[in-house]
Design a binder for this molecule. Structure first.
Ligand code: PRX
Length: 655
């Protein structure tokens, strides 16, 4: 990490927004001033301005029982009404909500009026199936308009969605369905990925099959969208085709108001233990901050802009900047089903040209893979509609930042590098594009209304020019409200480390430069970041040891030029297994096994079969040393190992 820091410190380029950009921006330095003058009053103003409250709130924040916050607690709203009906009532029903593009090239243009009618029908179907306030609905869908309609319909009836990324395996889906106790699953036969139909329904069938003793089957129905036209198995009485029930339902549905703290969704994310955490978000505060950040960070002009966030709805970025932020703000956006390179490597740029996308939000890993292919591909397309670019999910290296600005942004668009997490719900750190002079590689400054600091292990401010741990020092509206079913784990994971100060510990290392700008330096815990996706070393290790061949496993995140980090596994094979099986092909077998168990994103880049793992005298695996091997570096200090010879054996085995 130290070479990375040195490299970052050499970065002196600065880019002020152009006069043209400043002339039209909706933000101003005054936002910072108002927020600094009275933070709570500022959030109250933002919420009243951006959200329609059926019943207005009288108190902004209740922080009498930290770390359990209540925002706008006595107010009532309907999140779906905010994203749909009110735009129609305000005369914007004909505005395009979604320009949907299927991977094979089919497309649909859906207005706010049409999306509102569709969501009302789905809400009626949900209520007909007995889904109401507080019930959990799992959503396992490709990037099709029905995915957004499903999320909003669940929100509309006051229920809680748990979206599970379509790339996750049946096992991962099953544990999420069970943890949340979902009553309904909404899925599709399949969706298009990389030029072919990838089936989804079989994973749902498998996830719902074979409940063992003591395991409760909570799912009553499965609602299935037809997209892939692939053959599916059918369970009579449980499964329903979307096209049978949704079009037949009434398009009349009155949105009922729910309390501000009514849970909106659970989203599972990897932590430092083997079991993913169900991060819980509620309604009023979440909607306020996603609408606010979407408006100001992306300088949104809803009448003229075309926004495109490339994230899948299975991740928090898709929740906040595909579904809730843009729709709450009445934006027009692009929704794309497939992969960036199907059927050709210029697919994304072709889509930007086709829909005249003006604001584009993606992850550094994508930018780096386009850099590898070369600028000749994007150069073939007219990208002149772009006026603002965003980055999210992992640190963006200055080279990728510059390429993004020059090649995609014609050397003129501001770039906003946005730092946030599943837990924070919305963007926390970012430049304001019409105000801030940007620096390649730095996420820069907390948004107005957000309080962030960098502290040492004791919680003491490190001050400008120093590195430490990123903390959030004041509660914020879209903060997680807990971990589903485990309030104690919530307190322990995020609040215990800086209990005396009352700070939220984000798990990220960061540095403040001489100007006080933030530079994110990656996770300081056992969470990896692969292509902007969070993976836990413990979760992959437990999947590896679940294989009959494995005696022990250790997983590390090693730096990777394209994906930021890559999963590298070191595995000891059982003697008994080797006695009966050939060792050849074992590494590949284990790679695929992890893919099946968790999902393709968790598949290790490398699996090394080794004789031993480096452990301290107390038996703790020293991942730092394994990371040295995985990154091809000289192995660091081994003096605390129980057996100091182990590392040279491992290094030799890996070679
Ligand atoms: O390490 C940080 C990194 O991604 C983590 C959060 O991952 P997740 O909950 O999956 O949410 C990703 C999308 C918001 C953070 O703890 N991260 C996210 N954005 C940035 C980042 N690291 C550096 N710069 C960013 N802009």
């Amino acid at each position: 990490m130290s070479s990375q820091i040195d490299h970052l410190l050499d970065e002196t380029r600065r880019f002020a927004p152009s006069e043209e950009f400043v002339a039209q921006t909706i933000s101003s330095p005054e936002l910072y001033e108002r927020a600094a003058a009275d933070r709570e009053a500022f959030w109250g103003e933002q919420s009243r301005d951006l959200v329609h409250w059926h019943k207005p709130f009288t108190q902004v924040l209740d922080w009498t029982n930290p770390p359990f916050a209540k925002w706008f607690d006595d107010g009532e709203l309907n999140v779906a009404y905010n994203c749909l009906d009110r735009h129609v009532e305000e005369g914007n029903g004909d505005r395009v909500a979604l320009h949907w593009e299927g991977e094979p090239g089919d497309s649909r243009r859906i207005t706010y009026a049409e999306l509102t009618a569709e969501v009302k029908r789905v809400a009626n179907v949900l209520e007909g199936l007995g889904i109401g306030q507080g019930d959990r609905v799992a959503i396992y869908l490709p990037m099709i308009p029905e995915a957004i309609a499903s999320m909003l319909a669940v929100a509309r009836v006051g229920a809680i969605h748990s979206v599970v990324f379509g790339g996750f395996s049946a096992d991962s889906l099953r544990s999420r369905i069970d943890d949340a106790g979902a009553k309904l699953v909404i899925t599709a036969d399949g969706g298009y990925r990389k030029g072919r139909v990838s089936a989804l329904k079989p994973a749902v069938d498998q996830a719902l099959a074979d409940r063992g003793e003591g395991e409760q089957q909570t799912v009553e129905h499965v609602l299935v969208v037809r997209r892939g036209e692939n053959e599916v198995d059918w369970v009579e009485g449980r499964d329903l085709w979307w096209h049978d029930v949704v079009p037949a339902a009434s398009a009349e549905h009155t949105a009922q108001a729910f309390p501000a703290e009514n849970p909106l969704f659970i989203l599972y994310t990897s932590g430092t233990t083997g079991k993913p955490k169900g991060i819980l978000h509620t309604s009023g505060g979440y909607l306020t901050q996603v609408a606010y950040s979407h408006k100001y960070v992306f300088d949104l002009h809803p009448e003229t802009d075309v926004f495109w966030c490339t994230a899948d709805i299975g991740w928090i970025t898709g929740h906040s900047y595909v579904t809730y932020g843009p729709l709450a703000n009445g934006a027009t956006q692009v929704l794309y089903e497939g992969t960036p390179d199907a059927p050709h490597p210029g697919r994304w740029w072709e889509i930007i040209e086709k829909y005249k996308v003006s604001i584009f939000y993606t992850a550094p890993t994508a930018i780096r893979s386009f850099m590898k292919i070369g600028r000749s591909v994007p150069k073939k397309f007219d990208l002149s509609s772009l006026r603002l670019l965003g980055s999210v999910g992992e640190p963006i290296n200055p080279e990728a930042w510059m390429w993004y600005r020059e090649v995609i942004g014609a050397g003129k668009t501001p770039i906003v590098d946005t730092w946030w997490q599943t837990e924070t719900g919305a963007i926390m750190v970012s430049a304001l594009p019409g105000v801030t002079e940007t620096k390649p590689g730095s996420a820069q400054v907390p948004l107005p209304g957000i309080s962030i600091d960098v502290v040492d292990e004791q919680g003491v401010e490190v001050g400008n020019g120093n590195g430490g741990l990123l903390v959030i020092t004041e509660p914020w509206p879209s903060m997680l409200r807990g971990i589903w079913g485990d309030p104690e784990r919530y307190r322990e994971t995020y609040w215990e480390k800086f209990e005396d100060q009352g700070y939220y510990f984000a798990g990220d290392g960061a540095r403040l430069d001489e100007d006080g700008d933030l530079w994110l330096l990656g996770r300081v815990d056992d969470v990896m970041n692969v292509s902007g996706h969070r993976l836990s070393t413990a979760e992959i290790e437990s999947s590896l040891v679940a294989h009959e061949a494995t005696a022990e496993a250790a997983v590390v995140g090693a730096s990777d030029e394209t994906t930021g980090q890559a999963v590298v596994a070191f595995v000891i094979i059982k003697e008994s297994y080797l006695a009966e099986h050939e060792p050849a092909g074992l590494a590949q077998l284990l790679r695929l096994w992890v893919g099946e168990q968790i999902g393709a994103i968790a598949r290790p880049r490398d699996v090394y079969i080794v004789g031993e793992l480096p452990k301290t005298r107390s038996g703790k695996i020293m991942r730092r040393l394994l990371r040295d091997v995985a990154e091809g570096r000289e192995v660091g200090d081994t003096t605390t190992l129980a057996d100091t010879a182990v590392m040279s054996i491992i290094s030799a085995q890996v070679k």
